[in-house]
Write a protein that binds this ligand. Structure first.
Ligand code: SF4
Ligand code: SF4
Length: 375
């Protein structure tokens, strides 16, 4: 049976020597993986990460991003660090320590100041026919997909697949058509607000205000500006009473993600896309929410692979072996032991769906050999 290779180093540092620090171990991991073979010489290489959000600070730290940009430069590539989201995201990146000085490469908005700059690419899929690939991603010749692995309110898990499928496409295109939102909430189905269930608490308005400013409460009515709405679904998920709803389907979300990912990857020579998962500060939520909860499990380490499906499968297997932490969402949900369903029980969502569908659509294979590299 064909298997992909996933290289891994654990998060522990066992001796008082630099070789045992995680930064040093990541460098060694990249050497063994032969990272330089995946960098196109004299070409532009996107280091795609998540800048975080207002209140979401558990991102991949700048010190680790610096290792990536240095390695790209050593391999004669031209790196830039990037994420999608509008102009506000640059300030958030700086707040989280991601600046040109810290990461050693320009820090760019992949989709421009309004997150509209994209190139429409056909997916060949069934649910998402075409998707707006962010301009700087489309133009890049190589990509290092640096993902903070964590839970996710709708997908159950976010790692490499989610970083590419959601993170490399824009919120809208220049015609005002929703792009990322096609995956979150089906097509253009309308939102429903139930006045009788609404307590006018304003949580939906607040969560929207961090990115889109599409909601307001006026004369005790919730008003949505459809032109501003990205269909991210955050308002629906934040509503404590179920007063706000839209047609969201987890299977369709996962399938849409894999279709969008296929389109993003079609813009690259596959030799020049590398995936690095940080299974660190594994908290229950996406880094685009306005908060960061405590981690569900202890830091596990870092993985690298050329196969996005295999690396997410290996990550989920590592997570399944980890004992849930006290004072975490897992404990709140009475999940106290490791096991294959630990994350699903904690998140209430099947984290494997995207991996299974990703394999089905040809993004990679689930079977892998895990090669652990320690000093
Ligand atoms: S889906 Fe809700 S939170 Fe997201 S942009 Fe639209 S109104 Fe705002
Ligand atoms: S979060 Fe829900 S209950 Fe609160 S204002 Fe919005 S729709 Fe109403």
């Amino acid at each position: 049976m064909k298997k992909s290779k996933v290289f891994y180093t654990n998060a522990r540092s066992l001796h008082y020597r630099y070789a045992y620090s995680l930064t040093s171990k990541i460098k060694r991991l990249m050497e063994v993986f032969e990272f330089h073979e995946h960098i196109p010489a004299n070409k532009k290489v996107a280091v795609k990460t998540h800048f975080g959000s207002v209140g979401a600070f558990r991102i991949v730290r700048p010190t680790f991003l610096r290792i990536m940009t240095d390695a790209v430069k050593e391999a004669k590539g031209i790196p830039f660090v990037t994420d999608t989201g509008g102009l506000d995201k640059l300030g958030i990146a700086a707040q989280n320590g991601i600046t040109e000085l810290s990461v050693g490469a320009p820090v760019l908005l992949a989709g421009g100041i309004k997150d509209f700059d994209c190139v429409m690419v056909k997916t060949g899929g069934e649910l998402v026919k075409e998707i707006g690939v962010a301009g700087a991603i489309y133009d890049a010749d190589g990509m290092i997909v640096v993902s903070h692995s964590k839970g996710h309110i709708q997908a159950g898990y976010g790692g490499a697949i989610k970083n590419v499928s959601m993170g490399c496409v824009t919120s809208k295109n220049r015609n005002g058509e929703n792009q990322r939102g096609q995956m979150h909430a089906r097509g253009e189905t309308p939102f429903h607000w139930d006045e009788n269930l609404c307590t006018l608490c304003g949580q939906c308005v607040e969560i929207c205000s961090y990115l889109s400013h599409a909601l307001k409460i006026e004369d005790k009515k919730l008003i949505m500006n459809k032109n501003k709405c990205w269909r991210c679904g955050r308002c629906v998920r934040a509503c404590p009473t179920g007063a706000l709803s839209v047609d969201m389907d987890e299977e369709a979300f996962a399938k849409g993600m894999t279709e969008a990912m296929k389109a993003v990857l079609s813009t690259f020579d596959p030799r020049y896309v590398v995936y690095i998962n940080f299974v660190m500060e594994f908290q229950p939520e996406c880094d685009c929410m306005p908060m960061a909860d405590t981690p569900i499990i202890q830091d596990q380490g870092v993985l690298i692979s050329a196969d996005p499906v295999a690396i997410d499968a290996a990550t989920l297997d590592l997570v399944a072996k980890a004992v849930p932490l006290h004072q975490s969402r897992a404990e709140e949900h009475k999940v106290r032991s490791a096991g294959p369903d630990m994350l699903q029980k904690t998140m209430g969502r099947d984290p494997w769906r995207q991996v299974v569908l990703g394999e089905k659509i040809g993004l990679g294979i689930r079977q892998y050999d895990l090669i652990q590299i320690e000093p």
